[in-house]
Each structure stands twice: as structure tokens, then as C-alpha cells.
Design a protein around this ligand. Structure first.
Ligand code: GLA
Length: 385
């Protein structure tokens, strides 16, 4: 094979951009890697120590994650002029998290989103779960994965600094069957991506649906509302819900409705037309368009913040995504500088299986059985226009 032939082959296999830069540019010296930093972050009411890990990639992007709730507390991303700001809601102390936040940055489980009537039947047996959203179960219950202390260790990854969190959820926790061993790995890649890999195994059949509940404001934490952010979601359908946000089982088209983000649209353009509430806003699960990428993460959404020029793409292996616009933020919580978190201060893109799947056999199954492994990957990729 000629040199060109080999090059064309590499192009087809790995993508031309990577092949061209490797073939034509002299090797670029990489700045020295910044080691993952670990620091104490406080102690829970039960006396358990909590640690904070700081990940810094080769471009100076910074992610901070703590063992309480395997939570992302800060994410510093540059704008078009190179100015970094923290673009997720959160705190630099443990106390506000212990006092309670609406899942700021947390890992949510064992089953994220809602389970109607806080119960389900699996293999003929009915399980009663903690009811923490009226009569329904939300985000894993009263003490979900967001409120437990995870173990953590730095792991070596060729793509960037990484920390792996592990947690053993006991049989019966919040009503769920079986012991579940779960891990969540955050990697801050040198391609300016925050990659989150989830894995779990169980010793009895159990539902599982893990997600991350970061609240993003691409102009910066505490910088006002997100109504001017331009959003595109790779979906033309959503799961219809009742007034308590429980799916009816119908999958409905979004075209021509206020939920249609198939083309780039400002969050605020039609938010007041969203039926339901108060509070009014987006809090709905999109059925992502899939292209059979053999289990690889696919593009679910793209967000542009016009003033800073920051962009975020969400890629996931999950079939759904809850688009939530911080409708329940009512100003009672303040950020670290005293700025109230009011309605629409941030948005969430919670990649997930569909809500209440345990009651809808037509939805992709959330049941994990012994001998199988649950895996899920979501990537938040940052850039600027
Ligand atoms: C999810 C839910 C919302 C709300 C938030 C947390 O996004 O869908 O209804 O519970 O979490 O406040």
C-alpha cells in the first residue's frame, strides 16, 4: 500500500481530522499534566468525612467533584475570549448541600425521575418505595444516591484526569430489591468534555436509572436567567405526562408545539406557552432520535449562549433526556455570592431511561438482572462559537 493509501485508510477508520493533524503537524509539546487534587470538604451530620477532587485538563478547564452524592460542584469553562467561569450551580462548602439543594450536580439513583404511586411489581412481587413527591417516588427517594457518601479513587485514563466513585446500595434501600454495586467515573478529557460513565451490578433483579442533575448556566452561575440560551434537541417525540409529571404511556410528536427544539430555538421563546404548572416551564422527557451507533454516545442536544459564545453538546447512550428549566427554583436558595437562585436561573439535561418505565412495558426496560451489567455514558462537550 502507498503512503497515501495508508493515510486514506486511516482517514476512513479514525476520521480525517485526527489523521491529517498526525500526518502533517510536528508533534506539539503538551503542557505538564496537573495532578488530580484531593482535599477535605467537610463532615456529614453522622460524622462521615467528605472529600473534594479537583480535575484540571491540558486546556486549564477545571471540574470539582465531591464524594457526597458523587456530585459535580464546579465546572470552569472558557468563553470565546478565553475567560473561564463556573457554569454550574453549586457551592464551595459542604453545608449548603447538607441543608438541601434540588439535586445540584448530584448523581441521582437508584431510579432517577418518577415512579407513580411509589410502588412497582417485578416478577410477581410488589415493592413499596419511599414516596417523596406527593404520592410518587422521585429521584431515588428520601435518601437517594445524591445524599450518600461515595468512596473515591483517582483512575488513570489516556483521555484526561479521572475520578471513580463507588457505592454499595444495600438490599431494601429506599424500598428497592437487591444489593447494587454502582460506580460513576468522571473524566475531564483534553477535548474539553466532561464524560460520565456509569456501571452497576445487582444480586437480585432491580430497576435502575442513573443520571447527573447538573444545573447549567453557560453565562455563569448567578448571571441571570437562561431564557436567551439557544437549544436544539435531537428528538421529535416526548413522553406525555399528567399534571404530576407522571407519563400517561403515550409517546407524542413535538412538532408545532412549544416543546419542539428540533431546530435551534431560545429557551424563552415559547416557555410561557408550555401547558401545566404553576410553575410553568419545561420539565419533560424527550425520546431521543437514535441512529443505531452500536451503543456509542450520540448527540442528544446542543446549547449556545449567545453573549459569551459558550457552547455545550450533550452526547449519551441513553434513550431519553429530561429537559428541565429550573421551574421550581424560587429564590429561597442563594448562590455563594448571595445571588438568589430564581426560576430559570439554570437548566438541566438529565439523560435517562423514560420516567416511570416500571409501569410501561412498551418503554425501554430499566430492569437489571443478576449476571448482567448496567452501563451508561453521557458526555457534556464544551466549546465556543
Ligand atoms: C427533575 C424533575 C423536576 C424536579 C427537579 C428537581 O428535573 O423532573 O420535576 O423535581 O428534578 O427539583
Amino acid at each position: 500500500m502507498t503512503r497515501l493509501g495508508r493515510f486514506a485508510g486511516a482517514c476512513l477508520t479514525f476520521g480525517c481530522l485526527a489523521a491529517v493533524s498526525a500526518a502533517t503537524l510536528p508533534p506539539q509539546p503538551k503542557p505538564a499534566a496537573t495532578p488530580v487534587q484531593k482535599a477535605p470538604f467537610g463532615t456529614t451530620k453522622e460524622g462521615v468525612a467528605v472529600d473534594l477532587y479537583t480535575l484540571t485538563n491540558h486546556h486549564g478547564m477545571v471540574a470539582k467533584v465531591m464524594t457526597y452524592g458523587a456530585t459535580l460542584t464546579e465546572l470552569h469553562v472558557e468563553d470565546a475570549s478565553g475567560k473561564p467561569v463556573n457554569i454550574v450551580l453549586g457551592y464551595d462548602r459542604l453545608e449548603p448541600y447538607l441543608a438541601g439543594t434540588p439535586y445540584f450536580g448530584a448523581t441521582v439513583g437508584r431510579v432517577g425521575n418518577r415512579i407513580a404511586r411509589a410502588e412497582f411489581t417485578l416478577d410477581g412481587k410488589t415493592y413499596k418505595l419511599a414516596a417523596n413527591d406527593g404520592p410518587n417516588h422521585l429521584h431515588g427517594g428520601v435518601k437517594g444516591f445524591d445524599k450518600v457518601v461515595w468512596r473515591a479513587e483517582e483512575v488513570k485514563s489516556p483521555t484526561g484526569p479521572a475520578v471513580k466513585f463507588t457505592y454499595r446500595s444495600p438490599d431494601g434501600e429506599e424500598g428497592y430489591p437487591g444489593t447494587l454495586d454502582v460506580s460513576v467515573t468522571y473524566t475531564l478529557t483534553d477535548a474539553n468534555e466532561l464524560r460520565i460513565d456509569y456501571r452497576a451490578v445487582a444480586d437480585k433483579p432491580t430497576p435502575i436509572n442513573l443520571t447527573n442533575h447538573s444545573y447549567f448556566n453557560l453565562a455563569g452561575d448567578g448571571s441571570g436567567d437562561i431564557l436567551g440560551h439557544i437549544v436544539t434537541i435531537a428528538a421529535d417525540k416526548m413522553t406525555k405526562v399528567d399534571e404530576r409529571l407522571i407519563p400517561t404511556g403515550e409517546i407524542v410528536p413535538v412538532k408545532g408545539t412549544p416543546w419542539d427544539f428540533d431546530t435551534p430555538t431560545a429557551i424563552g421563546a415559547r416557555i410561557k406557552q408550555v401547558p401545566g404548572g404553576p410553575p410553568v416551564g419545561y420539565d419533560h422527557n424527550y425520546v431521543l432520535r437514535k441512529t443505531d451507533a452500536k451503543g456509542l454516545p450520540e448527540l442528544a442536544a446542543r446549547v449556545v449562549e449567545p453573549k459569551s459564545g459558550r457552547t455545550m453538546e450533550v452526547l449519551t447512550t441513553e434513550p431519553g433526556m429530561q429537559f428541565y428549566t429550573g421551574n421550581f427554583l424560587d429564590g429561597s436558595l442563594k448562590n455563594r455570592n448571595g445571588v438568589p437562585y430564581t426560576q430559570y436561573s439554570a437548566f438541566c439535561m438529565e439523560t435517562q431511561h423514560f420516567p416511570d418505565s416500571v409501569h410501561h412495558p412498551a418503554f425501554p426496560s430499566t430492569i437489571l438482572r443478576p449476571g448482567s451489567e448496567y452501563t451508561s455514558t453521557t458526555i457534556y462537550r464544551f466549546g465556543h462559537q
